[in-house]
Design a protein around this ligand. Structure first.
Ligand SMILES: [Zn+2]
Length: 397
């Protein structure tokens, strides 16, 4: 691969110019155009599923339009999930009269901290003890079980961490639920919440420390703008030192959408002068070099990962967490329990591919291409640059 090739995130030079979007985007004459729910045209939805043989497949979900979104997490009290598992917050209602605002197009740095400071934070995350308190952390994942895969063993030592799930883990098409033995999508979602609650209870995380944005599994890409705003509100509310999330690596469209929302939310906060957390990453899965890879990052120029080798008792704990996700048993058997890896989040360009060659979600489906995902990201970036967050203003009135 040519180091001069500018088209891939993982070999991009840091001096590369920022993503160029319109200097000022006025999406139509209506201030709310393009930012309201449903305004974004959706590509075919993709869901990754695992068969009993461990093969990964994706299928097109029934393309029923998503329900209207409601916006504002920070102002919305959590309400108990009907499943009795995690807690959920009413998700995302975009205010109808969002004013325009000039937002500079230069890329916001996720690296305000020095390299040394980042290393110290990661050390505290990995080795934090009572004496050296681990950083106040918000973990943002796409699906129930991603937190166990990425940071399960460490959660026990993050006593104040908040765990945020973007989706409820159940695709819209009921065929996925039926394949898992559930009659409806709702039943499947409930089961996944209960599995999650059981897994999190092993590491001392109760429902008061979880939030779910209730996006349908596989549809986070359709809601990039709303998710970014919701994430900004949530991070503003909790003011963590660190937010831990997925890398942008083409493993799953929801993972990439989650990373997008976190990165854009932090940029939004900084523009407003609100303290934004450092963004760190845990591992998920990807298809770099034409091979499904779990538990490893796609290398990114200038960004080092730190590995936590887990002692036997934490390996066992992580395994027990996996075991709680009964409906995902086949999939989770592929993930290691011996280690967890973390790194500072690179400065991704979400309008470029995360790596050369087919992405994992493309490899197992021709329903959503990376190009379509990036087109969604491009349009979301344009809208986010043209609008400002209004939730706090609205909440105050
Ligand atoms: Zn996931």
């Amino acid at each position: 691969m040519s180091s001069a090739d500018p088209n891939f995130n993982n070999i991009r030079d840091r001096r590369e110019p920022a993503v160029q979007g319109p200097k000022l985007v006025l999406p139509g004459e209506n201030p709310a155009e393009g930012i309201q729910a449903g305004a974004v045209s959706s590509p075919p939805r993709l869901e990754m599923i695992t068969t009993a043989t461990g093969e990964w497949h994706s299928q097109r979900a029934e393309s029923a339009p998503p329900p209207p979104l409601t916006f504002s997490l920070a102002a919305s009290p959590s309400v108990p999930h009907t499943a009795g598992g995690g807690w959920v917050s009413p998700v995302l209602q975009m205010p109808a009269n969002v004013p325009h605002m000039w937002i500079p197009t230069q890329r916001e740095s996720r690296f305000r901290a020095s390299r040394r400071r980042l290393e110290q934070i990661i050390d505290r995350l990995i080795d934090g003890t009572e004496a050296e308190r681990p950083p106040r952390t918000v973990v943002v994942v796409a699906h129930p079980d991603d937190e166990a895969i990425g940071v399960g063993a460490r959660l026990k030592s993050l006593p104040n961490a908040l765990i945020v799930h973007v989706t409820d883990g159940a695709p819209r098409d009921p065929v996925y639920a039926q394949k898992k033995g559930f009659a409806t999508r709702e039943e499947y979602a409930r089961a996944r919440q209960e599995e999650l609650a059981a897994a999190l209870s092993l590491v001392g995380v109760g429902p008061e420390r979880t939030r779910c944005l209730n996006v349908v599994d596989g549809e986070a890409t359709d809601r990039l703008v709303e998710l970014a705003y919701a994430m900004a509100d949530l991070l503003d509310e909790f003011r963590p030192e660190v937010v831990l999330t997925h890398p942008y690596e083409g493993g799953h469209t929801d993972h990439d959408a989650t990373a997008f929302a976190v990165h854009l939310a932090c940029g939004m906060l900084r523009r407003e002068g609100v303290p934004a957390p450092l963004v760190l990453e845990f591992t998920s899965y990807n298809f770099k070099d034409g091979e499904r890879t779990v538990g490893e990052f796609i290398p990114f120029f200038g960004v080092d990962a730190k590995q936590a080798d887990l002692p036997p008792e934490l390996q066992m704990l992580k395994r027990e967490m996996y075991d709680c996700f009964v409906s995902q048993k086949d999939c989770l058997s592929a993930f290691p329990v011996e280690r967890e890896k973390f790194r500072p989040a690179p400065r991704y360009t979400f309008t470029k591919p995360p790596h050369r060659g087919p992405l994992l979600y493309e490899r197992f489906s021709n329903l959503v291409s990376g190009e379509q995902w990036r087109d969604q990201a491009r349009r979301a970036l344009e809208r986010l640059r043209a609008k400002r967050r209004t939730t706090k203003t609205l909440a105050a009135t």
